[in-house]
Ligand binder design. Structure first.
Ligand code: FE2
Ligand code: FE2
Length: 249
């Protein structure tokens, strides 16, 4: 990823920081009791996952950007974290308006945070992109189990942001991997694929009531996660140039 590509991403995130995607106020906001019961706990877990301060990621990015003299990266990551925090507050506002209890902790969230804390930038981005891809599949499912217009638009809004995050993170991940020894790359890719499949399976097990209501079986949910992974993360020869991050001139 060269300085020009980083500048394009910087412009993207700066633009969305100035003009964030919002849910219009005029939408109908009726959540049926059975819908609320179905989604409350599951949604609280995802709300919790969105609200990271991103301190570990910022530290890892700062170290990396200084060592490699990579322009714009730290600012892009700051803005990305801010978008995640906006998702957290949009979800929190919806949940509070509908008297849905928030979670302060969840074992799946604790594991994600622990793995990320141990990580350098490449491992952090590898973990983050898994959460983003599965989040996209989840929010699409959540949208389909409710008639509440506000929640449906909120899910779509979050998915739009997450798709851009995944686009940026996959490009970043390819560049970070390209700087590593070629012999290690097949092993790295295999480990990442296994990690992703494990997380998708855990999300199926812990959120299956919502996912089932959305029409998924375990198999179809894992397939839809895998398809996202194939598109964004599995390298296809010639599709995405895998060059290391370029320092500024
Ligand atoms: Fe998010
Ligand atoms: Fe995201």
């Amino acid at each position: 990823m060269g300085a020009g590509e980083l500048e394009i991403w910087l412009n993207h995130f700066e633009h969305h920081a100035r003009h964030p995607r919002c849910v219009p106020h005029r939408l109908s906001d009726v959540l049926k009791a059975d819908e609320c019961e179905l989604i409350a706990s599951s949604m609280a877990t995802f709300q919790l996952g969105e609200q990271s301060q991103g301190r570990t990621l910022l530290r890892a990015t700062e170290r990396f950007a200084q060592q490699k003299h990579v322009p714009h990266l730290l600012r892009i990551i700051e803005l990305l974290i801010r978008e995640e925090q906006r998702h957290a507050s949009q979800l929190r506002a919806f949940m509070q308006d509908h008297r849905m209890p928030l979670k302060r902790t969840d074992w799946t969230d604790r594991i994600f945070r622990l793995v990320r804390r141990m990580a350098g930038l490449q491992l952090y981005v590898s973990v983050l992109i898994c959460a983003e891809l599965i989040g996209i599949a989840y929010y699409r499912a959540l949208e389909s189990v409710t008639d509440c217009e506000r929640l449906r638009v909120l899910c779509r809004t979050i998915v739009c942001d997450e798709l851009a995050h995944v686009g940026f993170e996959s490009q970043l991940l390819f560049s970070l991997r390209a700087g590593r020894a070629a012999g290690l790359q097949p092993l790295t890719r295999l480990a990442h694929r296994i990690f992703f499949a494990t997380i998708a399976a855990v999300v199926w097990l812990t959120h299956r009531s919502v996912l089932r209501k959305a029409g998924h079986s375990g198999r179809s949910f894992l397939r839809s996660c895998r398809d996202q992974y194939q598109f964004y993360v599995a390298p296809v020869a010639g599709r995405i140039p895998t060059q290391p991050l370029k320092a500024s001139a």
